[in-house]
Design a protein around this ligand. Structure first.
Ligand code: ATP
Ligand code: MG
Length: 388
């Protein structure tokens, strides 16, 4: 049916997949405290979606009919933040955790009303799968946007008219692409049509948000799939014109997709931004012919030129930090040394602080090129010996 506004509540207390017991205890405490003060409070968005699918969420968002000032007064460890959407961060020092709490969003035409209703809040969200509320006290999912049905049928569907939704905020187009890839969902037809019709508006989005999105893509699983969809719509070229050949040139495309897919095997929480960017840029090494066989000096110069033409402008567009920029250059440069093997003059690499990250990248390079694990292993052994 998927009719926005029709209320459906789903009892998940005996669901096998919806692990109500596994809700984060600090976040549960936040909901309970707001409810104890006589207000309504629900979990909302990605955490409800992920619990419904039996996955563990990245973070927990809470929504309430209390005003931000009222919520702020309930938590000593909290702060009001945000420019576009103001919300409260509740901090839990012991776990460095932050729970985001906001008041119900009011309808767009009624910005003066500081607190909306459950209905107006659900309708302001992007996709039906992100518009569900969960009340832990009754263990019920509250669905006004057809999100439960779309989770069951594995569909990404805009809440309301997708053309209006994407015009209001084009970043939603790439959020949708990310969810479809991560969850392995399809797009509902009208949502996909609007994406095809409006993809160019992504270029209007503010650069700070786009930087956030770039890293969300790189840290999320299945970056290869999401980049393929970005490419299908023309958005990859729009976002990354400097390196669009990574997907448009067949010589680079297979290598790039295989390299990105290997990131799913790493535990991403521990990876630095510089490292994930270096993985993205690793296929640039394909531009160096007979890599590892010519003079090291000329290969290093060649790499520097390639990075100057591609990564440097991309870094400016996305205002990448100096630390990340330095790390990308260093990690790619180290590959030239790794490729020459541990027997020659390349032992300088062992003393570089980023040795472990460089070697991690090298082992990805070897996997992508079918070079096996022998050479990375020899470097790892040598490194271990050099530490004694
Ligand atoms: P993730 O797993 O990436 O954290 P998420 O769905 O929790 O996914 P968040 O960016 O944490 O995404 O946002 C939380 C919720 O806020 C979303 O589920 C959605 O309901 C709403 N939201 C976030 N960004 C937008 C947006 N641009 N437009 C409309 N609603 C949004
Ligand atoms: Mg989230």
């Amino acid at each position: 049916m998927n009719e926005t506004g029709v209320l459906r509540t789903v009892d998940v207390s005996s669901s096998d997949k919806f692990q109500a017991d596994c809700f984060d205890s600090d976040s549960l405490g936040v909901v309970e405290r707001i409810q104890d003060h006589g207000f309504s409070a629900y979990f909302v968005g990605g955490c409800v979606r992920d619990h419904y699918l039996g996955k563990s969420p990245n973070d927990y968002d809470v929504v309430s009919n209390a005003t931000l000032r009222q919520i702020r007064r309930m938590f000593r460890n909290s702060r009001i933040i945000g420019r576009r959407h103001r919300l409260i961060h509740v901090y839990f020092g012991h776990s460095k955790k932050v729970v985001e709490v906001s008041s119900f969003l009011s309808p767009p035409e009624d910005e003066t009303e500081s607190v909306g209703t459950e209905e107006s809040d659900a309708c302001r969200r992007d996709f039906s799968i992100n518009g569900l509320f969960y009340d832990p006290s009754s263990q019920r999912v509250i669905d006004r946007v057809g999100g439960v049905e779309d989770l069951d049928s594995r569909l990404i569907r805009s809440i309301g008219d997708p053309w209006d939704k994407f015009e209001e905020d084009p970043v939603r187009i790439i959020r949708g692409i990310r969810y479809a890839s991560i969850l392995g969902f399809d797009f509902e037809e009208n949502t996909w049509d609007a994406m095809e019709g409006m993809w160019e508006s992504v270029g209007l989005a503010n650069k700070r948000r786009m930087q956030e999105e770039l890293f969300k893509f790189l840290y999320a699983p299945r970056t290869d799939v999401s980049f393929e969809t970005l490419d299908e719509l023309g958005i990859f070229e729009l976002l990354f014109p400097q390196v669009s050949f990574l997907l448009s040139d067949p010589r680079f495309r297979a290598i790039t997709l295989r390299t990105l897919s290997l990131m799913d095997k790493l535990s991403v929480e521990e990876l630095s931004q510089g490292f994930v960017l270096a993985v993205f840029m690793l296929p640039l090494l394909e531009s160096i012919e007979d890599i590892g066989e010519g003079s090291l000096a000329s290969e290093r110069n060649h790499l520097r030129d390639i990075l100057y033409d591609t990564f440097a402008p991309l870094s400016r567009t996305y205002s990448l930090s100096r630390k990340s920029r330095f790390k990308v250059r260093l990690l790619l440069d180290m590959q030239l040394g790794f490729l020459r093997g541990p027997d020659g003059k390349q032992k300088r690499i062992l003393r570089i602080d980023e040795f472990a990250e460089g070697l991690q990248l090298f082992s990805m390079y070897c996997q992508v090129h079918g070079l096996g694990s022998e050479m990375p292993k020899r470097w790892a052994d040598l490194y271990r010996e050099s530490c004694f």
